[in-house]
Design a protein around this ligand. Structure first.
Ligand code: CDP
Length: 232
């Protein structure tokens, strides 16, 4: 994906002004609340938001549609290199199938490499940016001003994801969602290329017992602190 591709997920254009780069990196497993917290921080501070999972979901979905891309690194890499911002809006990216395909292509180093420049340039755009994913604080933006690593028990995460999928009309069960989530966590954590892991300087937030507002408030307190330090 070209580094200067127009961001599809920019939520705020950010303050037009004086603020330079300020990156909030949010990582963690599926269903820990990354997307919700990222969205809430982007709104609160007027930062742009990139859901980096969508990049991998789009590559996975497009690769799946070609019939062999999820098992063929070369084919998946070509798709990643040709990815455009408009691909982040294609149908079906939120499905469990697309998540599985994403996790399969995400282990290919060539795919990850093709997506780095776009994510880095998004992260350091003026006006502030929030990115959520698996390797934002470790690989994409190790210099991020704030790093959060969100976790929750597999049962709590599966419950949340099951509710989302059910609301979207998917035909699934809690047991199946839990099994898929565990399989994807294992694959994401075990891969050699940019495995999912907490950066040494990331704040750990366990959202198991938190509702959306509580998780967003806990994250905002950490960002406030970093902004105050940056200003002084
Ligand atoms: O929303 P959820 O947390 O279920 O998944 P996602 O963030 O949309 O990511 C889907 C898959 O893409 C993950 O399981 C990872 O395999 C991969 N991914 C990644 O490798 N690196 C990222 N920065 C983001 C996602």
């Amino acid at each position: 994906m070209p580094a200067d591709a127009k961001p599809a997920m920019a939520e705020g254009e950010g303050p037009p002004s004086a603020m330079g780069a300020f990156t909030v990196a949010i990582d963690g497993p599926a269903g820990a609340g990354k997307g919700t917290v990222a969205h809430s921080l982007a709104e609160r501070y007027g930062f742009a938001h990139l859901d980096t999972g969508l990049l991998y979901r789009a590559v996975g979905k497009l690769a799946m549609d070609t019939g062999r891309g999820v098992i063929d690194e070369g084919a998946a890499e070509l798709i990643a290199r040709d990815l455009r911002a408009e691909h982040l809006g294609i149908d079906g990216l939120r499905s469990a199938l697309a998540a599985r395909a994403a996790s399969r292509v995400a282990k290919f180093p060539g795919v990850r490499k093709a997506l780095i420049a776009y994510q880095r340039s998004f992260a350091r755009r003026p006006g502030g940016a929030v990115l959520d994913g698996r390797d934002i604080g470790t690989v994409i933006c190790p210099e991020a001003e704030v790093k959060l690593y969100l976790v929750a028990t597999p049962e709590a995460r599966a419950e949340r994801r099951y509710r989302e999928l059910e609301e979207a009309g998917a035909d699934t069960s809690l047991g199946r969602v839990l099994a898929e989530l565990r399989a994807r966590d294992a694959q994401d954590a075990a891969r050699t290329a940019a495995p999912m892991k907490q950066a040494a300087d990331a704040h750990l937030l366990d959202t198991t017992e938190m509702d959306i507002d509580a998780a967003a408030a806990a994250a905002a307190a950490i960002v406030d602190d970093a902004l105050n330090r940056a200003a002084s």
